[in-house]
Design a protein around this ligand. Structure first.
Ligand SMILES: [Zn+2]
Length: 102
């Protein structure tokens, strides 16, 4: 019977085979929390909890801000960027048509 502090789903469990052939459950360190979006806090898909011994492509999502922002927040961010860029371009075009007289 594990001690009460080990009886939680936060602890990582491993199975170890003893010399006598018996398999026992061992409790290791704490599990990492699930990856969450930096903007809205939603749970991120495709990011495993235990990333040890995994290649980079297995650890993260291959897109800008992959593994930091969820797809919905990234979509909003891209839309905002395009909107602000368009506004800035329109401003520059207007200034070039009517240069300020000094
Ligand atoms: Zn988000």
């Amino acid at each position: 019977m594990p001690k009460p502090s080990d009886r939680t789903t936060k602890r990582r469990r491993t199975f170890k085979r003893l010399p006598g052939g018996k398999t026992v459950k061992r409790v290791k360190g704490k599990m990492k929390g699930k990856a969450r979006c930096g903007k809205c806090g939603a749970e991120l898909h495709g990011i495993p909890r235990d990333t040890r011994k995994l290649s980079k492509s297995e650890k993260t999502v291959n897109r800008p801000y992959g593994g930091h922002y969820c797809s919905r927040c990234l979509r909003e961010k891209i839309k905002e960027k395009i909107k602000s860029l368009g506004e800035r371009l329109a401003q520059v075009a207007q200034e070039s048509q009517h240069p300020p007289t000094s």
